[in-house]
Design a protein around this ligand. Structure first.
Ligand SMILES: *Cc1c(COP(=O)(O)O)cnc(C)c1O
Length: 361
């Protein structure tokens, strides 16, 4: 059995150790005689799994006691609605649109109130992060929304926007646990886990307690109220139980690697190998303004669509999977999440050098 180097943007590579451990526990989870997939979410064994997962995440991110951690379903996309439904008390929110995911969140919020697009980088195909030091934040905005790492375009906020005292809400799907974070700067941090943490089906929401209220927009379904999930410790209904179990294993794996400081160091080292090559290559070019480059998603092009296609095809044959860029932008994209080993990036660059030598006219 050979594992490939999987550069998928999501669902994405997971640590091999975690997959092996899950395989070992598949038929008999620690003497219960059953798989975690088969056990009651109200059982003692499962209670330990979800509580440990939360405790480990709290430790990793240094989450203060006045924040709740919720394990929910519906993907990151469901949060696009759940956020305005729960937080739009004045029915006003400001959105910074730096890519497709932020745009979708903005469009969804428009269904529920007055969503203002206060900054955007769409004029240059989202290849940069706009200056957010002095934006026209609305007087009565309930929150300011960002997508912190833009999975499709490969940009990342290196400094958070100046929200002028308003609550910051951030989609961190594709940079979750990739580096240390100061949770106190945010009202809500959320992300689908299938990019950097676990299997699709779980979305983690870290939310400051004062934002969790009964005062939600009329018609908000019970399942879309933060309060119901917070009051029930994410067990109001059956949670995505197996997915949470894998997330818990990934949290332990990150702790073993040395936590978020160590992840950051590793991720910077990995990204540098690829970006340094892109900067010197005569064939491949990064598509993003340098100071806004993501550590997680690295888009690049040759400038020739046929050559891009040839590269993706030959890379696949050589064991480098899912390098095709997002269907909306073309070219290539290497997603190099936490679980991508450094050798994966080194070998990819070796392969790119060889391809360049063979194909440069
Ligand atoms: C993938 C992604 C989403 C959408 O996630 P789903 O779980 O498929 O809804 C949203 N935001 C970002 C930043 C993403 O990378």
């Amino acid at each position: 059995m050979a594992r490939v180097y999987n550069f998928s943007a999501g669902p994405a590579v997971l640590p091999e150790e975690v997959l092996k451990e899950a395989a070992d526990e598949m038929l008999d989870y620690r003497g219960t005689g059953m798989s975690v997939m088969e056990m009651s979410h109200r059982s003692k064994a499962y209670d330990t799994i979800i509580k440990e997962a939360e405790a480990d995440l709290r430790e990793l991110m240094n989450i203060p006691d006045n924040y709740k951690v919720l394990f929910l379903q519906g993907g990151a996309s469901q949060q696009f609605a759940m956020i305005p439904m729960n937080l739009m008390k004045n029915k006003v929110a400001d959105y910074i649109v730096t890519g497709q995911w932020a745009k979708k969140a903005y469009q969804e919020a428009c269904l529920y109130g007055k969503a203002n697009k206060i900054a955007s980088s769409e004029d240059e195909t989202f290849s940069y992060i706009p200056d957010c030091s002095d934006l026209p934040i609305s007087e009565d905005a309930d929150y300011v929304y960002i997508c912190e790492n833009n999975t499709i375009y490969g940009t990342k906020f290196k400094t958070l926007p100046n929200t002028k005292g308003k609550t910051l809400v951030a989609d961190v799907s594709s940079c979750f646990l990739s580096e240390p974070v100061d949770v106190t700067k945010y009202g809500v941090i959320y992300g689908g886990v299938q990019k950097n943490i676990g299997p699709a089906g779980v979305v983690i929401v870290i939310i400051r307690e004062d934002l969790i209220t009964e005062d939600v927009l009329p018609g908000t379904p019970t399942m879309l109220r933060y309060k119901i999930h917070a009051d029930n410790d994410s067990l109001y209904n059956t949670p995505p139980a197996y997915g949470i179990y894998i997330c818990g294993k990934v949290f332990k794996w990150i702790k073993k690697q040395g936590g978020l400081e160590a992840m950051k160091e590793r991720n910077e080292k990995k990204a540098k190998i690829l970006y340094d090559f892109l900067d010197e290559s005569r064939m491949f070019k990064g598509t993003v303004r340098k100071q806004d480059r993501s550590l997680m998603n690295v888009p690049f092009v040759t400038g020739d669509a046929d050559l891009d296609a040839k590269f993706v095809k030959e890379a696949k044959e050589a064991g480098f999977e899912n390098l095709k860029g997002h269907r909306s932008v073309g070219g290539m994209r290497a997603s190099i999440y936490n679980a991508m080993p450094i050798e994966g990036v080194e070998k990819l660059v070796e392969f790119m050098k060889k391809f360049e030598a063979e194909n440069l006219k």
